[in-house]
Design a protein around this ligand. Structure first.
Ligand SMILES: Nc1nc2c(ncn2[C@@H]2O[C@H](COP(=O)(O)OP(=O)(O)OP(=O)(O)O)[C@@H](O)[C@H]2O)c(=O)[nH]1
Ligand SMILES: [Mg+2]
Ligand SMILES: [Zn+2]
Length: 294
């Protein structure tokens, strides 16, 4: 049989197949290949009843995120809060870079705007990202308007802990009742409310709630690749004098010109420079290996 892993918990893989969910354990040669089955994986499994099946084979993936661990993601909804914690374009851009690198279509959801005194600033931010080409929703109604995006896709909600991912998903499907911030405090658990990735059937697609995280791993991204992941920089960069222009110190840089003219938002360019600095400063991984050989 063939199905999709919708949950992985305590050594069990829960596989959805034609409306039923089968509980299985892994028993395949992907273990030798050091492949870990992920939520979102399409798999071959066998099962004579609902609780004692075997996961036998992973079918090829189109992509996989490491944090959160999900495979075959089509759409990534980045949830960032306007307040509590305060809006950070830097954090948002890190998430966008990760999604662009994996060829995952981004959608931005800014939560908690009901707590803002004035919405002017957040509206200006919305316009910047919309102009780049990203849909930006400031409330549930606007998200519901994007319903069509979810159809027949695997979608993943990502974002900092406490941003409101589980709250939004609960609002999309009132039968879910996922735990959210306040409930977890009540039970005296840790800082993260959501502890595992799980796919839910919503809007004719599969939607994953994921645990929040605050540090974002850019290890897989090279400096040369980064400018392509800020998509409006990549667009303007086609007209730079040098083909390998990094848009920092080079003469006749079309990106810097576009920033000066206000065609590219200064904060996006600043975030680009900051991430570039971080990537350039990290030690190449191969250095460690050569050192060990000596
Ligand atoms: N006022 C307001 N509060 C919100 C909104 N969205 C979420 N919250 C609150 O923010 C807190 C955290 O929400 P969660 O949905 O648990 O956040 P999360 O992103 O799922 O967090 P983790 O599971 O830890 O990653 C809860 O107390 C929510 O009630 C919003 O739009 N407005
Ligand atoms: Mg949550
Ligand atoms: Zn340039």
């Amino acid at each position: 049989m063939q199905g999709i892993i919708i949950k992985s918990l305590s050594g069990f893989y829960y596989i959805e197949c034609q409306g039923e969910v089968y509980q299985t354990r892994a028993r395949g040669n992907f273990r030798q290949k050091k492949l870990t089955p992920l939520v979102g994986d399409t798999v071959i499994f066998e099962s004579t009843n609902m609780t004692d099946g075997y996961l036998l084979q992973l079918l090829p993936r189109k992509n996989a995120l490491i944090r959160p661990p999900v495979a075959n993601v089509d759409l990534g909804i980045v949830v960032v809060s306007a307040v509590e914690p305060d809006f950070s374009s830097n954090l948002l851009d890190r998430f966008l870079v990760i999604l662009e690198a994996k060829n995952i279509q981004p959608l931005i959801y800014i939560s908690k705007i009901d707590l803002l005194k004035s919405r002017e600033e957040i509206k200006a931010i919305q316009r910047v990202y919309q102009q780049i080409g990203y849909p930006v929703c400031l409330n549930l109604e606007e998200l519901a308007e994007q319903k069509g995006y979810f159809k027949n896709k695997i979608s993943v909600f990502i974002g900092q802990t406490g941003a409101g991912k589980s709250t939004v998903i609960n609002a999309l499907d009132s039968t879910l009742k996922l735990a959210t911030g306040e409930i977890s405090k009540h039970l005296g658990r840790g800082r993260h409310t959501t502890r595992h990735v799980e796919l839910h059937k919503i809007y004719d697609g599969l939607i994953a709630d994921t645990p929040g995280f605050s540090s974002i791993d850019l290890r897989e991204i090279s400096a040369a690749e980064l400018s392509n992941l800020f998509i409006e920089l990549a667009e303007a960069g086609r007209y730079c004098k040098f083909r390998a222009c990094m848009h920092t110190h080079e003469p006749e840089c079309a990106v810097k010109k576009a920033v000066a003219k206000g065609e590219i938002a200064q904060f996006r360019y600043d975030n680009y420079l900051q991430l570039l600095g971080e990537i350039e400063q990290r030690k190449p991984i191969y250095n460690k290996r050569t050192e060990r050989k000596k």
